[in-house]
Design a protein around this ligand. Structure first.
Ligand SMILES: [Mn+2]
Length: 430
C-alpha cells in the first residue's frame, strides 16, 4: 500500500477548484492542434509516460564554495530525502524514480527498498563518489581517484564503484553513473596520456563488475574541481571511454558541464548517431556549471535538446534509450519546489518537441530554406502546452498546479517540526 506524504483530500480539493477551467483550456488547445494535424491526446499520453529521476542530493539545499544557507525542515537522512522525493512525484507524477549517491545515501538496502515501495518510488542510476574523501577511507582523492598515480588509491576507487553496483543490485537499480573530479591545476602537474590510460584501466575493472542487464554511464565535465586540465573533460573523451569499455557503456550529458555557448544539442545528435547517448543530467546555466533549475535561463536550448531526442525517438535510432535525471543545486528556493518546476519544464520541452512538424522541417532542410526551418521549430516552441502537462497530472491524480498544492498542504512547515535545523556556514557545493 502506497503511503502518499500529502493527504489525498488536499490534492483533490486543489484540483476540484481548477478542473473546469483546465478542461476548457485543454479543449481549446486541442482544437488548435487538430488544425495542425496533431492529436492532443496522443501528446498527452507520451508526456504522461515520460519520467525524470530526482537526485537524492537535490532535495537538500545546495550552496556554493562560499556558503550554504539551509531552509527549514531540511532532510536529515536518505529516508527523509525519499519522503521529499515522494512529494515531488505525488504532485507532478513526472518523477517516479530517485537516483542515490553513495556514500551519502548509504543505508540498509532492504530498508531502502521497503521505504521506496511504501512511497511508490523506484531507483534510477547509482552514483559513486570518488571526488571527495569519506571519513573512514584509507587513501585520499586529493590528487585523483580512478586516474591517480598510486595503484592503491585507484584500487580503492574501483572497489567503491563495485560496491555501488552491489548496493544498486539489492535495491533494483540498473545503472551506475561515474563522474570523477580528477585533473590538474598546473601545467606540468599531470601527464595527460598517462592519466587517461590509468583511468581507462580502472574503468575496465568497474565495467567488468557490471551485471549483464546494467548500463554504465560516464559523465564529462570541462572543469572544476580541477581548473587547468580534467581527465574526462568533454564529450569526445567521453565517447572514447564508451567505445573503449564496450556495449554496456554510454555517455551521460550534464547540460551544465560545457563551456558557455557550446552547441549541446549537436553533441546530443552525435552521440545518438553513434549509439552512445546514455542519458542526461538536466539543469541550466548562464556562466558555467551553475546548476540552476532546468529551463530557468534558456528554455529554448532545452527544447532544442528535446528536438533531437524526439527526432531519434521517431526514427527508432539504434541503442536509443536515454535515462533522464535532474542534477541541480538549489540555493535560494525550496528544493522541492525547484525540483517540481524543473521536472515540469523538462516535460514541457518534450511536449513542445513532439509538436514539431517533422515532415515540414525535413522539406525545409532539403530545400535549404533556413528561415522556414527555424520558424517550424519556433512554432512548436511557442505553443503553450501547459494544459497538456496539467491534464496529464490530473489524470494521474497529481496536482494541476504542483507548487500551489504543495504550499496549500504546508508540507515544509510540518516536516520542520520533526527535522531539526541543519547547520549553515561552510561550502555546500554539490
Ligand atoms: Mn551531473
Amino acid at each position: 500500500m502506497t503511503e502518499l506524504p500529502i493527504a489525498g483530500d488536499i490534492v483533490a480539493a486543489h484540483n476540484a477548484a481548477r478542473e473546469a477551467e483546465l478542461k476548457r483550456d485543454y479543449e481549446t488547445l486541442g482544437e488548435q492542434l487538430d488544425r495542425r494535424g496533431v492529436a492532443i491526446d496522443e501528446i498527452k499520453a507520451k508526456v504522461a509516460a515520460f519520467g525524470v529521476a530526482i537526485p537524492s542530493w537535490g532535495v537538500g539545499t545546495g550552496g556554493t564554495r562560499f556558503a550554504r544557507f539551509p531552509g527549514i525542515g531540511e532532510p536529515r537522512d536518505i529516508f527523509d530525502k525519499l519522503a521529499d522525493c515522494a512529494v515531488i512525484q505525488q504532485l507532478t507524477r513526472a518523477t517516479p524514480t530517485v537516483s542515490l549517491h553513495i556514500p551519502w545515501d548509504k543505508a540498509d538496502p532492504k530498508k531502502l527498498r521497503d521505504t521506496a515501495d511504501k512511497l511508490g518510488l523506484d531507483f534510477d542510476a547509482m552514483n559513486s563518489n570518488t571526488f571527495s574523501d569519506a571519513a573512514d577511507q584509507t587513501h585520499s582523492y586529493k590528487f585523483g581517484s580512478l586516474s591517480h598515480t598510486d595503484a592503491a588509491t585507484r584500487r580503492q576507487a574501483v572497489e567503491h564503484n563495485l560496491e555501488c553496483i552491489e548496493i544498486g543490485k539489492a535495491i533494483g537499480s540498473k545503472a551506475l553513473t561515474v563522474w570523477i573530479g580528477d585533473g590538474s591545476n598546473f601545467p606540468g602537474q599531470s601527464n595527460f596520456a598517462k592519466a587517461f590510460e590509468r583511468y581507462l584501466a580502472s574503468m575496465k575493472e568497474v565495467y567488468a563488475g557490471l551485471p549483464a542487464d546494467w548500463r554504465l554511464f560516464t559523465e564529462h565535465k570541462m572543469y572544476e574541481p580541477a581548473f587547468y586540465s580534467t581527465v574526462v573533460q568533454d564529450w569526445g573523451t567521453n565517447y572514447l571511454i564508451a567505445r573503449e569499455l564496450g556495449p554496456q557503456a554510454f555517455c551521460l550529458v550534464d547540460l551544465g558541464h560545457h563551456a558557455p555557448n557550446v552547441n549541446i544539442e549537436m553533441i546530443v545528435a552525435r552521440l545518438i548517431q553513434f549509439g552512445k547517448l546514455g542519458g542526461f543530467h538536466f539543469n541550466d546555466s548562464k556562466y558555467g556549471d551553475d546548476d540552476l533549475d532546468a529551463g530557468s535561463v534558456d528554455p529554448y536550448r532545452l527544447f532544442l535538446v528535446f528536438n533531437e531526442l524526439v527526432d531519434a525517438e521517431l526514427r527508432s535510432a539504434k541503442a536509443f534509450d536515454p535515462a533522464h535525471m535532474l542534477d541541480q543545486s538549489h540555493n535560494v528556493t525550496d528544493p522541492i519546489e525547484s525540483l517540481m518546476v524543473s521536472a515540469v519544464e523538462v516535460q514541457r520541452a518534450y511536449a513542445q518537441a513532439l509538436l514539431v512538424d517533422r515532415a515540414a522541417l525535413d522539406g525545409h532542410q532539403q530545400d535549404n530554406d533556413a528561415l522556414m526551418g527555424s520558424q517550424t521549430l519556433k512554432t512548436a516552441f511557442r505553443t503553450d502546452v501547459e494544459p497538456i502537462l496539467a491534464m496529464a497530472r490530473l489524470d494521474k491524480r497529481g496536482a494541476v498546479d504542483p507548487v500551489g498544492a504543495y504550499r496549500e498542504a504546508g508540507y515544509r512547515a510540518k516536516v520542520a517540526d520533526v527535522r531539526p535545523a541543519s547547520s549553515a556556514g561552510g561550502g555546500g557545493i554539490v
